[in-house]
Write a protein that binds this ligand. Structure first.
Ligand code: PLP
Length: 411
């Protein structure tokens, strides 16, 4: 019989969201008429904006005509979209990112997961804790994580704790990792790093030959002026960082699938014989071999987001969700719950009352308020005692959820 990749068998069976779904299902079975408001899974609810929809209709028309039909596209993405990204997302912010440093993909989950393909199998990894689970699980699959310990940590991964005690700002690693995953604005805590806080990480990475994998999937939610929109705003970051972006939360593309990754040409790694190799060339090779490009229609939709009309519609969508975030923050604060995030991100991270566990709070919120959220402990050991609510619901539902949460019995 064939041998399997044993690393997969090391992964814990229950994935966070399936456990959440199972608990909701059990509750619904016992309470069939319960009208549950789901504020757990981070999917958006507003439809795709008009500018993108029109562009995609047009692109579908092109696909129906032999003269304008597009088959396989460039694996790295079409230049029409890469040029818009280089111009609007970077040049207009004073950042120099070349078109051939941009790789269009089917989303940031794939890219943050796949990037490990070009890294050494013995690279030492550091992640923030709590963490977007994809960073950890893909390293488990690749055999870099070691074994799962009783406290929920993987033996070979360095965890950088983010709690209320350190204002959710991780301290620099103690164990000299090779690769650090940073996600800002952060999922799940909803917190952000200021320019000077992020600059410390770039400085550290430059001094210690560390690669930063910077996930910026929530960049569009940044509102405060001292929060950098790209890690490349920090001088020298192009020598140490790969940046991941997504149209999922920016423009409701969670179902369409489109994102991109910037791999600067100046980024280098070492081969086993000590030769310096460009990561840009490695990633291009990886993508050309394993990926056939995001669809033409979807890339035309993404391109339209950069038009004047598209930019306005994206802003309206983000404003809508951020109004929810404010409503949630204020409502939770009114009943004395300690909240974080929700200012530069669509996530509200709250401290559970007393010493209640994240899962106990999940059950309490479900039973008393018919509101489902996500237990913080599902994102890593340091998430225990916290809870995540998302601002991606409809406004009326969010209002209703806040009304119900205000009835929570806290004593
Ligand atoms: N990165 C983070 C931090 C996320 O929270 C998510 C989605 O929830 C993703 C990446 C995935 O984005 P995409 O839909 O582009 O795959």
């Amino acid at each position: 019989m064939i041998r399997i990749n044993d690393n997969f068998t090391r992964l814990p069976i229950s994935y966070l969201f399936s456990e959440v779904a199972q608990r909701i299902d059990r509750f619904k079975e016992a309470n069939p008429s319960a009208d549950i408001i789901r504020m757990g899974i981070g999917d958006v609810t507003l439809p795709i904006c008009g500018a993108a929809v029109n562009a995609m209709h047009k692109a579908v028309g092109e696909q129906a005509d032999a003269n304008t039909f597009h088959g396989y596209g460039p694996e790295q993405g079409y230049d029409f979209l890469r040029r818009k990204i280089a111009d609007v997302d970077y040049r207009r912010r004073g950042i120099d990112v070349a078109v051939d440093e941009i790789f269009i993909s089917d989303g940031a989950k794939s890219d943050t997961g796949n990037i490990g393909d070009i890294l050494g199998t013995d690279s030492r990894i550091a992640v923030t804790d709590p963490v977007y689970p994809v960073y950890v699980d893909t390293n488990v699959m690749a055999g870099r994580a070691g074994t799962l310990e009783a406290d929920g940590h993987w033996s070979e991964i360095e965890y950088l704790e983010c709690t209320a005690e350190n204002d959710f700002i991780p301290s620099l690693p103690a164990k000299s990792p090779d690769v650090i995953y940073l996600c800002y604005p952060n999922n799940p805590t909803g917190t952000a790093l200021t320019y000077s806080q992020l600059a410390k990480w770039v400085e550290y990475a430059r001094a210690n030959n560390v690669l930063i994998l910077f996930d910026s999937a929530y960049e569009a939610y940044i509102r405060q002026p001292d929060i950098p929109h790209s890690i490349y705003e920090i001088p020298g970051a192009k020598d140490v960082a790969i940046e991941f972006r997504s149209f999922s939360k920016t423009a409701g593309f969670t179902g369409l699938r489109c994102g991109y990754t910037v791999v600067p040409r100046s980024l280098e790694g070492l081969s086993a014989d000590g030769t310096k190799i460009k990561l840009n060339a490695l990633w291009r090779r990886r993508q050309c071999t394993k990926f056939n490009g995001a669809s033409y229609v979807v890339q035309r939709g993404a391109e339209a987001l950069y038009s004047e009309e598209g930019q306005l519609q994206v802003k309206e969508m983000i404003d809508y969700y951020m109004r929810n975030a404010t409503l949630l923050r204020d409502g939770l604060h009114d009943i004395g719950l300690e909240t974080f995030g929700g200012i530069n991100a669509p996530y509200i991270w709250l401290k559970t009352p007393g010493s209640m566990s994240s899962w106990d709070f999940f059950d309490k919120l479900l039973e008393e308020c018919l509101v489902a959220g996500t237990p913080g402990s599902g994102f890593g050991p340091a998430g225990e005692g916290y809870f995540r609510l998302t601002a991606f619901g409809h406004f009326d539902q969010t209002k209703e959820a806040v009304k119900r949460i205000k009835r929570l019995k806290l004593n």
